[in-house]
Design a protein around this ligand. Structure first.
Ligand code: GLN
Length: 238
């Protein structure tokens, strides 16, 4: 499983969210505290953010197949990169998946940035989607993009039904909204004075971090944070 982190709020330095916190993604790459699957996240990293200086807020990405903690170029530049909306991830590759930057989140359709923490059987995903890598997460992201992010909950519930062993923890952003699902792994939210963080695990020991229950959809926008259940099982079913 990977670890991911999203931000929506006032413009902040990317280093302040990813590299500086005592238990941020840089540390989670080698010493995650809440990870249920996999020991560390050394198979690459990616940061995607919306560039508020460009028209329409273009998503920009910096991805690598190397461990985050060793990237001194990124560490040098990250304090100078500011954004109001970001999706970042460190990767622990699933066995059999390619080790390459294009297999590393965040994925994009040009409007949304998306990370997947988990695993899914590609046989349950449509063959027709154009993904940037054969990695399950890239194919899943392409499927979600094709269905539209407004159908994220329905798409995850349907894929979860088709592959009961899947873990489908999604984090997505489009510059004005953050969306996330919990399906088999942890997620926490932190409401700060200047914005909202969603993260696989807390980046510090602030007691304000809130645990999101499993199988839920989280939506963050200018109006705040909403959390709603994903699996509306009919009464009496298991
Ligand atoms: N299955 C994805 C991959 O191989 C994500 C893995 C993960 O969440 N650790 O990259």
């Amino acid at each position: 499983m990977c670890r991911h982190l999203g931000w929506l709020g006032a413009p902040v330095a990317i280093s302040s969210l990813v590299l500086d916190p005592p238990q941020g993604l840089r540390v989670q790459a080698y010493a995650p505290r809440r990870q249920k699957h996999g020991l560390m996240n050394a198979d690459g990293w990616g940061v995607g953010f919306f560039d508020s200086l460009s028209q329409g807020g273009t998503p920009r990405r910096w991805r690598s197949a190397a461990p985050l903690w060793g990237d001194s170029s990124f560490a040098s530049i990250a304090p100078a990169l500011h954004t109001h909306c970001m999706v970042a991830a460190v990767r622990s590759a699933t066995v059999g998946m390619p080790l390459e930057a294009t297999a590393t989140a965040p994925f994009t359709d040009g409007r949304w940035l998306m990370s997947h923490n988990g695993v899914v059987d590609r046989a349950v995903l449509p063959l027709t989607v154009q993904a940037e890598s054969v990695c399950d997460s890239a194919v899943l992201a392409a499927t979600i993009f094709a269905n539209g992010l407004d159908a994220l909950g329905e798409t995850i519930t349907a894929i979860g039904a088709a592959d009961p062993g899947a873990r489908l923890n999604i984090l997505a952003a489009n510059g004005s909204r953050l969306l996330a699902t919990t399906w088999g792994d942890t997620l926490y939210s932190l409401r700060r004075d200047d914005g909202v963080v969603l993260a696989s695990e807390p980046y510090d020991d602030d007691p304000a971090w809130e645990d999101v229950p499993d199988r839920h959809l989280v939506q963050v926008d200018g109006g705040g944070v909403t959390v709603s259940p994903l699996d509306h099982k009919p009464k009496g079913s298991r």
